[in-house]
Design a protein around this ligand. Sequence first.
Ligand SMILES: Cc1cc2nc3c(=O)[nH]c(=O)nc-3n(C[C@H](O)[C@H](O)[C@H](O)COP(=O)(O)O)c2cc1C
Length: 311
Amino acid sequence: MQKKVLAIYYSQSGQLKAALDSVLGGLQDSNIVVTTVELKPRKAFPYPWGFFEFMGIFPECVYMDGCELEPLNVGGEYDLVILGYQPWFLSPSLPVSGFLKSEEASTLLRDKPVMTLIACRNMWLMAQEKVKKSLSNIGAKLIANAVLIDGGSSLATFVTTPRWMFTGKKYALWGMFPPAGVTEDEIRKARRFGVAIREALADGELDESVLRGLKAADADKGLIKSEEIGHKSFLIWGRLIKKLSVPYSLGRKIAVSFYLVFLILLIMTVVPINMVLQRLLAKLFRGKVDAKKAYYDAPSGCDDFRMKDFA
Ligand SMILES: Cc1cc2nc3c(=O)[nH]c(=O)nc-3n(C[C@H](O)[C@H](O)[C@H](O)COP(=O)(O)O)c2cc1C
């Protein structure tokens, strides 16, 4: 019987779209009909970003205010919905939040198996928690999550990601910084997720085992605490900044400037200290940290026992 897959995504630079295309490439089959739709904000977000435009939207991101979207104009029943998104400020990007709040999302996703596909720098745990909650509120069932992260180290991407976002320049810099973004090789290899889904669809029902063994979601233990602390701080500052100012106003610029000093200090101190501390403490509290990692990696996990089939 013919199967129907709906792929919904948002992407500014095309990175998320490239990752999705790679997955969908592995899904190609005469028995599978794929419909792909792009989330289109009514008012487009800038890319490359202006500095204050970028920083200024963080409260709305954290509180998942979303944004108005053009209608998707898709309907029908699907055997699987793939939601491709990127985190913005440890939260789903505003177009994705907007979608998750919409009537269309309720209609399309209720009672449906959903796979999330993330392509981002390296901090996706809190965003995925929020997406999980939204999906559960809608009544959708998250059966898989695949995450592609930037090829560079945390330190390198601290330079290369902002450079990319603010200038659109992705290429390597001064022989010491790699190109920004997920590597082409990782994007190409994301095809394995599509192949696994194709095989599962052919065999019958999809369940949470569909992407297991394929190194689909591998939370960085060293970043778990930083994300948890960072998110709490975003919520506190975000509420304050939202109270004091509206987006794109002078007041927002001033409020965000204050916050920025705090954020830079946080990134330069708490994040690296935590990364080292967490790696050291990981040995002491291995059980607890491992349990947290397993929770964030679920449902697809970071095991690689099926990778040999895709070598
Ligand atoms: C406003 C903004 C905030 C971002 N915040 C995060 C973040 O919290 N964690 C992360 O790993 N990447 C973050 N990124 C990077 C994105 O997740 C993503 O990798 C990048 O925007 C490219 O995606 P796209 O071109 O496919 O839309 C952020 C990007 C933007 C524009």
